[in-house]
Design a protein around this ligand. Structure first.
Ligand SMILES: Nc1ncnc2c1ncn2[C@@H]1O[C@H](COP(=O)(O)OP(=O)(O)OP(=O)(O)O)[C@@H](O)[C@H]1O
Ligand SMILES: [Mg+2]
Length: 219
């Protein structure tokens, strides 16, 4: 089982939206997915209740209970756990970072968001965990100078996961329906970018796994 955590102290950057849409895209690609919502706002939990899908469980979890819950899931048939975290509650986000194989830091392409994400990255680095940035809510023309500058600034801070995620009404519509963007319109640009996102994430997770094995061999 691999564990991904969506983390950033900046509110509204898209942690819950991306957790939900990625979970659905990964499930469609054959993963058995479990979602944890650590945010007292419970956005993801409400999305899950609306969805009511036994194949894609969503549970609230505290920082204290997370390690045991993940250990139990790892013994079963779940292949991917995605953790959504609150922007402000440090105990929860620290527990998620600690538990994750990979942290995703969603960032909107604005300078304030990019500055904020440096703090989150600093924390993850201190904890010696793997992370990658994801640019979300980009203008749908995408290649504006602001976005290109944002992508360059983020590349300089660490890895930037591709593709860039555009700002699209589909993300908001899907959330409202308890669905993923790949479900409300499977031919849409949003669906395509979410499938591509899962493909790049899967590759990155596989690279981490290969690295783990090499480290164990070397030890
Ligand atoms: N790619 C996108 N296109 C359009 N709207 C988006 C996109 N991503 C997120 N949003 C919208 O932005 C808002 C914030 O998203 P979301 O709640 O997922 O962020 P968050 O990081 O989980 O926020 P919080 O820190 O408050 O939990 C929501 O209204 C959501 O619908
Ligand atoms: Mg949220």
């Amino acid at each position: 089982m691999r564990t991904i955590a969506l983390v950033t102290q900046k509110g509204g950057s898209g942690k819950s939206t991306l957790a939900a849409c990625l979970a659905v895209a990964a499930q469609e690609a054959g993963e058995r997915v479990f979602l944890f919502d650590m945010d007292p706002q419970k956005s993801l939990l409400k999305w899950g209740a609306r969805r009511n899908d036994k194949e894609l469980p969503v549970e609230a979890i505290s920082a204290a209970k997370l390690p045991t819950a993940l250990a139990t899931l790892a013994k079963g048939n779940v292949t991917l756990t995605i953790i959504d975290t609150p922007a402000t509650e440090t105990q929860a986000s620290e527990a998620a970072i600690k538990a994750a194989d990979l942290c995703i830091i969603p960032v909107r392409p604005t300078i304030f968001d990019i500055w904020s994400s440096e703090t989150t990255r600093g924390k993850i680095k201190t904890m010696m965990k793997d992370y990658v940035f994801l640019l979300n809510q980009c203008p749908s023309s995408r290649e504006t100078q602001r976005v290109l500058d944002g992508a360059a600034a983020i590349e300089a801070m660490g890895g930037l996961l591709r593709p860039l995620i555009a700002s699209r009404v589909d993300y908001q519509e899907a959330a409202r329906e308890g669905m993923g963007v790949t479900e409300i319109n499977e031919e849409s640009p949003a669906a395509e970018e979410m499938r591509q996102l899962w493909t790049s994430l899967k590759k990155r997770l596989a690279r981490l796994k290969a690295g783990d094995k090499q480290n164990k061999k070397a030890a």
